[in-house]
Structures are given as C-alpha cells and as structure tokens.
Design a protein around this ligand. Sequence first.
Ligand code: DGY
Length: 318
Amino acid sequence: MNVFITKQIPQKGLDLLQEAGISYTIAAKTLPQEELIAQVQQYDALLSAGFVKADAVLLEACRHLKVLSLFSVGYDNVDIAAATRLGIPVGNTPGVLSRATADTAFLLMLAVSRKAFYNYHKILDGKWQEFEPVADLGVELDGKVLGIFGLGKIGYEMARKCRAAFDMQVIYHNRNRNEEAEKELGARYVSFEELLAQSDVLSVHANFSPQTKELFDKAAFEKMKHNAIFVNTARGGLHNETDLKAALESNTIWGAGLDVTNPEPMDPANPLLKMPNVCILPHIGSATVETRDAMAVMAAKNVIAGLKGERLPTIVNA
Ligand code: DGY
C-alpha cells in the first residue's frame, strides 16, 4: 500500500503511515494537473496538501484511489459530488485547527483596530516622527458587538476569545442555531441583514460554496456600520475584493483584516496592502506547530483507514 503526498507534511503524520506499513512519496515540487494524474496512477491513496484542484477530470483519471485525504478542513477545491459518484472517500481535518484559525481572526481584528501593520510600515519607511495626539488613531473593542458569520467550531472559538478578552456581545448568523454558543456565550441568532447592520466587528467563518460566493459585496458593505471592521479567515471567495476596496476608500466600513484573498497569492501591488485600516496575512490560519502536527496525524489516519477499507475517521462524503 502506498500514498502520494503533494507537499512535505509534519513528521508525526509520516511516522504514523510508516508504522502502518504504508510507503509514501512526497512530491519534490508542485505538479501541474497532468503530471499529478500520471504520478498518482502508481499509488493507492493521495494525501493532498496545498489546495490541489481535485476536479472531475483529476478524479475520473484517478478513480482507482482508495482514499483522498486532505490536509485542510476546507474542501471547496474538491468536486465532492464526483468523488462520491466514483466511490472515492474524501477526508479532511476538522476541529484541530479551530483554535489557531480563531487566533488569526482575533489577531487581525486587533491589528486592524490599531492600524498595526500600517504603523509598523511607518517605522520601516522612516516616517515615525513626533508624538501626534490626533494622528492614526485606532478604535477600542471593549463591549463592542461581534458578528459571526458561520458559527461552527472556528466561529465558536473566535466568539469565546472575544467574550473573554473584550466582553464583546456576540451575534451570529448560521444555517442552524448553535445552542452551545447561545448558552455558553450568550450568543444571539440574527438574520443576515441584522448581522450586517449591528456588527462592530464582522468575522467570517463559513465554508465557501455557490451560496456563499461573494456574499460580502457592495450591497452587503453598504448595510454595515461605518465603524465596522470586516475580518475574513475563511475563504477569499466569500468577499468581492473590488467592492471591499471601494467600501474602505469611501469609508462605508472602517477597516478589514484578511487571512484569505481572491486570488491567492495576492498580487503584491494590490492597493489594499497599502491602506491604513487594512491588515492582510498570507493564509496562515492553521500555521502553528501544534495545529499542523495534529492535521498531519488526522490526514494520516484518514489514509490508513481508507487503505484498510475502513470508514475514514473524518469523512466529508459520508
Ligand atoms: C483549511 O484547512 O481549510 C485552511 O484554510 C488551511 O489553513
């Protein structure tokens, strides 16, 4: 039994594969789809790290796969319907990256509220001069309203941190009510329109899907408060970047913190990177030693189960 791994993953996952008697090959570089398909023909499983586009073409050509294990919680890069039709179980890594991703959302919220990246660049650019009582002021977060769009595991963690640190009031919009968040955090379910209208910080934690594609567009930003901070650590496709830039330029909203952009990587010349009330990170939500180790273990467990013909511990297409 063998598995092809598209990028180096932490050793903990590789050790598990070895203990289970599974041999592996790690791609030396990112392969174009045709080459990847050719490679994968010699393998029983594919462990995909780095958002490989597993569309119907790839899946059809690799229909022999006993498992497709994703090194991510998100699976919007996979044609799940095609995988299911072809009988390929797809596994992901839910739960283990919730804390780290919520930390990133929290970091961005706080960084935007104090224009941190912009002020850091002022030092680099030799523009740190005298103390200025009214220049580049930020805003405080204590007691403000946190709106969560998509209150799953990551959204819950973000809400918990914001309650504990800033006693923020939590409102949320989700497909289903989250009773735990309502009971433990006093979170209040609101309509999407209310979420837009009432949030001082609006943090996005939903999956990317045709239903959520560019949901945060001109019309949505226009319904938000002028002092609102928009944070997206989910997927760049949930917001329209041109509309976001226009909303920031016209002071329709106050600031934005992004760990995900559309496209990725972001063009270094993108004017959003130079705006004072904007902080952008290069999709580092899950990038901690602890979380990446846990993701590697989970992804390896999915490979092992798939190769044994067992149900994957964390399966997407049940
Ligand atoms: C995921 O797991 O989907 C994240 O975006 C990777 O950090």
